[in-house]
Design a protein around this ligand. Structure first.
Ligand SMILES: [Zn+2]
Ligand SMILES: [Zn+2]
Length: 487
C-alpha cells in the first residue's frame, strides 16, 4: 500500500486551497480582487483563478497573503477541465487527450471538472474517463454544482475509475461564480513549502485531502494498518473497489488492516455534523493485479469444419491458448488446472474449456438458472472491444447454459450457438461454437476482441478462477483480456 501522506502528518503545515474560481474575466460575478479578498478572509492560503479559456492574470492584484497559482478552466469544445500551474492558455482542442498532453508538456496538471454537472449527470462519462490518460484527478466535489443542475458530488465516478485500475486523486473546489460559492469545500494540503512549486509537488503526490468542514487530525500507516483520526467525525468509513464499504470506525478513529487486501485501493470518508465531511486520497495497493497489463492470446485459424464434433483432439491441443488462471479469493495462480483452446474458421469461433477436478463426484451442476452458482465456466466476449456491449455465456458442468447481453444484463439467445459438455474421469469439458454472424457483423480477422474466462468452483473450492483480473466484479470489460485472430 502506498501512503500518499507524509509520515509526520500531524506535524506538517496544513494549507487550505481552492483551485477553481471565476472572476469578471469570464462569467464570475465578482471582481478578481474581491475574490482574493473573500478567500483571504476565510484563512485560505492558496487560490487559483481559473476563468473559462482565458488567463485573466493577477499580476496587478494584491494577493492578500495568498499564494496565487496560475490556471485556466479549459471549456470550449468539450467537457471542462482545469490546467493547474500554467498561465498560458492551452488550446481548447475538442480532443481532450490532446489538451491533457499539452498541459502535461507545459509542466502543469489536468483535473477533470464537475463530472456529474448538468441534468444527465454525465459531464464526464465514466467510459470517457477510463479511456483518457495522464490526468492528475477529478473534482469529487464541486461547490457551485450544489445549486445548479446535476450532482455536485462524484465519489461514485471516482470509485468507478479507480476500480478499473487508474490512479487519480480527488479534489474539492468551490468553482466560485458568486459570493455564496465561497468556502463550500477545499483541499487541505500537507506541505512545509507554500510556494507554487511546493504546492504543485504536494498535489502530484496526493498529499492533500478534501473537506467540507471538518479537519483530519492524523493519518498513519504502520505495521500494515492504516489509522485515520478525525475527532469531529461520528463515523469514518473505509471504501474499497467499486465503492464497497469495507469497515467502520466510531469515536473519531478507524484502524484498517491492509495485509490481506487484493483490492487496488482503499480510501476513507469522515462524517461529522450535517454536511461536514472529509475525504482522504486513495491508498494504492501497488501489488494489485488491477495494475497489470491485460493478457493477450490468439485464436488459431483452421480449415472450415462442418460441426464442432468434427474437431479432433490434436487440433484442439494446437489451439491451446489460455492455461494460467488466477484465484479470485487469493489473487495468486489457481492451483487446479484449467485450459482453454480457441480455434476459428470462416463461420464460427470454437472454444473448449478443460476443467481439471480431483473429484468430479463433488461437482455441483443441477442449476438451470443463475448457473454461475454451480461448477461452471463463464465466457465473456466483447467483439470489437467496445468496453461497453459484450456477451456472457455461462455453462455448468452438466451443459446447462445461460446467455446474457451486457450491459444492462439481459437474457438473450445467440442463433446457432452449440454447446457440448462432457464429464471425463478427472475433468469436465465444455466446448462451444459461436457463429460470427450472430454476434457481430464483421468477419473478425482484423479485429481484436475483448475476452475473459471465469471458472466457478462451487463443489470443492468455493472460489472462482479468472483469466484477466477484473477484481471483485467480473463485469469490467475495460479489464478483459485481448483475443487476436491468427491469419
Ligand atoms: Zn466548468
Ligand atoms: Zn468553473
Amino acid at each position: 500500500m502506498v501512503n500518499p501522506y507524509p509520515d509526520t502528518f500531524r506535524l506538517r503545515r496544513k494549507i487550505k486551497a481552492n483551485f477553481h474560481t471565476h472572476s469578471k474575466y469570464s462569467d464570475g460575478r465578482l471582481e478578481l480582487q474581491r475574490v482574493i479578498d473573500l478567500y483571504s478572509r476565510l484563512q485560505y492560503k492558496v487560490l487559483m483563478i481559473s476563468d473559462h479559456d482565458v488567463f485573466g492574470g493577477f499580476v496587478n492584484a494584491d494577493n492578500k497573503g495568498l499564494t496565487l497559482i496560475p490556471g485556466v478552466e479549459v471549456s470550449d469544445g468539450g467537457p471542462h477541465m482545469l490546467q493547474v500551474g500554467i498561465g498560458d492558455k492551452i488550446k481548447p482542442d475538442p480532443d481532450r487527450q490532446a489538451v491533457i498532453d499539452a498541459i502535461n508538456n507545459a509542466g502543469g496538471y489536468a483535473i477533470m471538472n464537475h463530472p456529474k454537472w448538468e441534468p444527465g449527470l454525465n459531464h464526464w462519462p465514466v467510459d470517457v474517463l477510463l479511456k483518457l490518460r495522464n490526468y492528475l484527478g477529478i473534482e469529487i466535489i464541486n461547490g457551485n454544482c450544489y445549486h445548479d443542475a446535476g450532482s455536485a458530488e462524484a465519489l461514485d465516478v471516482w470509485d468507478a475509475v479507480l476500480s478499473a485500475g487508474k490512479r487519480i486523486w480527488g479534489m474539492g473546489n468551490d468553482d466560485c461564480h458568486f459570493t455564496h460559492d465561497v468556502g463550500i469545500c477545499w483541499n487541505t494540503i500537507l506541505t512545509d513549502d507554500p510556494s507554487p512549486r511546493g504546492i504543485l509537488h504536494a498535489l502530484k503526490r496526493g498529499s492533500f485531502y478534501v473537506s467540507t468542514g471538518i479537519e483530519i487530525n492524523n493519518i498513519t500507516m504502520k505495521n500494515k494498518a492504516i489509522v485515520v483520526t478525525c475527532r469531529d467525525a461520528d463515523i469514518i468509513v473505509a471504501i474499497g473497489e467499486h465503492g464497497c464499504e469495507l469497515a467502520y470506525g466510531k469515536s473519531g478513529s478507524i484502524t484498517f488492516d491492509v495485509e490481506k487486501i487484493v483490492m487496488p485501493y482503499v480510501r476513507f470518508e469522515c462524517y461529522g455534523r450535517g454536511r461536514k465531511r472529509a475525504f482522504t486520497q486513495p491508498f494504492f495497493n501497488q501489488d494489485s493485479l488491477s495494475y497489470k497489463p491485460v493478457p493477450k492470446t490468439t485464436a488459431l485459424r483452421i480449415a472450415d469444419v462442418k460441426s464442432i464434433s468434427d474437431i479432433k483432439t490434436e487440433l484442439w491441443q494446437k489451439g491451446a491458448a489460455v492455461t494460467e488462471m488466477i484465484s479470485v479469493k487469493k489473487g495468486v495462480s489457481a492451483e487446479d488446472s484449467t485450459r482453454f483452446c480457441i480455434l476459428y474458421d470462416r463461420k464460427n469461433i470454437y472454444i473448449k474449456a478443460l476443467c481439471y477436478e480431483p473429484d468430479t463426484s463433488k461437482l455441483e451442476k443441477s442449476r438451470t438458472r443463475s448457473i454461475y452458482s454451480d461448477d461452471s465456466v463463464e465466457f465473456f466476449f466483447d467483439p470489437g472491444r467496445t468496453c461497453n456491449e459484450y456477451y456472457q455465456i455461462v455453462v455448468n458442468a452438466a451443459g446447462n447454459v445461460e446467455v446474457l447481453k451486457n450491459t444492462p444484463h439481459t437474457l438473450c439467445t445467440i442463433k446457432g450457438l452449440v454447446i457440448k459438455a462432457a464429464l471425463k474421469p478427472r475433468r469436465y469439458e465444455i466446448a462451444l461454437s459461436i457463429p460470427f454472424k450472430s454476434i457481430t457483423a464483421a468477419y473478425p480477422a482484423h479485429n481484436a476482441w475483448g475476452l475473459n474466462f471465469i471458472r466457478n468452483r462451487t463443489g470443492l473450492k468455493r472460489d472462482s478462477y479468472v483469466w484477466s483480473w477484473t477484481g471483485t466484479y467480473n463485469h469490467l470489460p475495460s479489464r478483459f483480456g485481448v483475443l487476436e485472430f491468427d491469419q
